[in-house]
Design a binder for this molecule. Structure first.
Ligand code: CTP
Length: 397
C-alpha cells in the first residue's frame, strides 16, 4: 500500500508514455497522491487532460509558468514528494540528468531535488545499448539514482531487445519496495541466478542444470524487504520476479560483465549455476555431421564470477554470499570453497539426486560464515530465501 505517499511523476516523450496513464491509476488505487509533470515531447504522446483527469490535479508543464511559480516554486515542487518517478525516462532525459542540465521543468526538478529518484527507461534497443547511454546509466547509478527495467521484448519500432519500459505493476512494486519501510531500504543488492548457456554453435550449447527458482526467490525476498535488486539472470525456467532490475545474459562472460556494471552494491548474492567451461572458438556456423568422424570440442575456463567479485580491490560489496551445490562431503567442500573463493558466506546444499532438491520446490541448506556452520531445517525455497534475506538485512543494518 502507498497510502499517504506522494509521488511526483515525470512523463517523458516516448511511445511508452501511454503506460504512464495506467501507472497513475495503479498508484492511486494503492492510496498514493500523484503530482504529474509532462515534458514537451510527453505531450505529443499523452494529452494533459487525460493526465489531470486520472491524477485529479493540474499537470505541471512549463518552467516559466509564473502562476505555478507563485503557487509552488519548482524547488518546492521537486522536494514535496516522497519519490520522483520518471516514466518513461527517455535517452535524452537521462543524458540531461547525467550532465546536470536544467533547461526545462523536468530536468530542473531532477537537478533541484533532494528526494530519491526512480527511472523507468524506455527507448529503442540501439539507443539503449549505445555506449553513450550506457555511460550515462553508469553515472546515474553512481549518483544513487534507482532504475526499474527496461525489459526485453518487441518494441513499437519493430525491433526486439532491451528498451521496453517496465510494466506499470513492476514499476509499482519498485515504488512500494522503495517507499516501504523494510530493513533493506536504501541498500542495493546484486543477485545472479539461473544457468549460463555456453554456445557450441548457433544451435547448440552446454549448460548446467538450474531452474533459477532459488535465485529468483532470493531476489524477490530481498526486494520485499526494501532492497534495490539488480537481478542478473541466465536463461532460467521460472519467470524473473517483479520489482527488480532484470539483466538477462546467456554466457558466464556476459554475466560477469553485467555484475561488474551493477557495482557498487551493498551485497552480492551469487546463486547462478555458472558453467565452469565454455567451448573455445565456438563456431559461427552450425556444425554438420561428417563422414570424417565426430567433432572435437576444446574448452576454455570461464571466469569465476563469485571469486572475481570477492577478490576485487575496488567496489567489493561489503557482503558477498556464494552457494555450494555439492553431492559429497557437503560441509567440508563448502567450507573450503568459502576460503578459496574469498566470499563472506556460503549457502551449502546437498544436491545428490536422492534429495530431490535439484529442480524441486524445497531446499535444505547449511549457512557457513566466519562463526561456523548453521544447519537450517528442510523448507520451501521461498522460505530459505526469506530467511537468507532477513540474515542479510541483519548483517547490513
Ligand atoms: N560461481 C561463479 N562463477 C563460476 C562458477 C561458480 O560465480 N564460474 C559461483 C556460483 O554462483 C556459486 C559458487 O560459485 O555461488 C559455487 O559454485 P559451484 O559450482 O558449487 O563451485 P565451483 O566453483 O564450480 O567449484 P567445484 O566445481 O569445485 O565444485
Amino acid at each position: 500500500m502507498l497510502s499517504g505517499k506522494h509521488i511526483l511523476l515525470i512523463i517523458g516523450g516516448g511511445i511508452a508514455a501511454y503506460k504512464s496513464l495506467d501507472l497513475i491509476r495503479r498508484l492511486r488505487e494503492r492510496g498514493a497522491r500523484v503530482t504529474p509533470v509532462l515534458t514537451r515531447s510527453g505531450e505529443e504522446f499523452v494529452a494533459p487532460l487525460s493526465v489531470s483527469a486520472l491524477t485529479g490535479v493540474k499537470v505541471f508543464r512549463d518552467l516559466f509558468d509564473l502562476g505555478d511559480e507563485a503557487e509552488m516554486g519548482h524547488i518546492q515542487l521537486s522536494r514535496a514528494a516522497d519519490l520522483l518517478v520518471v516514466a518513461p525516462a527517455t535517452a535524452d532525459l537521462m543524458a540531461k540528468m547525467a550532465q546536470g542540465t536544467a533547461n526545462d521543468l523536468a530536468s530542473t526538478l531532477l537537478l533541484a531535488t533532494d528526494t530519491p529518484v526512480l527511472l523507468a527507461p524506455a527507448m529503442n534497443v540501439r539507443m539503449w545499448t549505445h555506449p553513450a547511454t550506457q555511460r550515462n546509466i553508469a553515472t546515474l547509478r553512481s549518483d544513487g539514482i534507482g532504475m526499474i527495467g527496461p525489459n526485453d521484448g518487441d518494441m513499437a519500432c519493430g525491433e526486439y531487445g532491451p528498451g521496453r519500459m517496465a510494466e506499470p505493476l513492476e514499476i509499482v512494486a519498485a515504488i512500494e519496495a522503495r517507499l516501504g519501510d523494510g530493513p533493506l531500504k536504501g541498500k542495493r543488492v546484486v543477485v545472479t541466478s539461473g544457468p549460463t548457456h555456453e554456445p557450441i554453435d548457433p544451435v547448440r550449447y552446454i549448460a548446467n542444470r538450474s531452474s533459477g527458482a532459488q535465485g529468483t526467490a532470493i531476489a524477490r525476498a530481498l526486494a520485499a524487504l526494501g532492497a534495490e535488486v539488480v537481478f542478473v539472470t541466465g536463461p532460467a525456467e521460472v519467470p524473473a520476479p517483479e520489482g527488480v532490475q532484470v539483466v538477462s545474459v546467456q554466457t558466464a562472460q556476459e554475466m560477469l560483465k553485467a555484475v561488474e556494471a551493477a557495482l557498487p552494491a551493498d551485497a552480492g548474492v551469487f546463486a547462478a549455476a555458472v558453467a565452469d567451461w565454455r567451448v573455445e572458438g565456438a563456431s559461427g556456423r552450425k556444425l554438420k555431421k561428417s563422414k570424417d568422424g565426430l567433432p572435437t570440442l576444446s574448452f576454455a575456463e570461464n571466469p569465476d564470477i563469485l571469486k572475481t567479485i570477492s577478490q576485487r580491490s575496488t567496489d567489493r560489496p561489503p557482503l558477498v554470499v556464494g552457494f555450494a551445490a555439492e553431492t559429497d562431503d557437503v560441509l567440508a567442500n563448502a567450507t573450503s570453497k568459502r576460503l578459496r573463493k574469498g566470499c563472506d558466506w556460503i549457502v551449502a546444499n546437498d544436491v545428490s539426486p536422492s534429495t530431490g532438491i535439484m529442480g524441486g520446490s524445497e531446499n535444505a541448506v547449511t549457512l557457513i560464515t566466519d562463526a561456523g556452520a548453521e544447519e537450517w531445517p528442510r523448507m520451501g525455497k521461498d522460505a530459505v530465501a526469506q530467511q537468507l534475506a532477513q540474515r542479510i538485512a541483519a548483517e547490513l543494518a
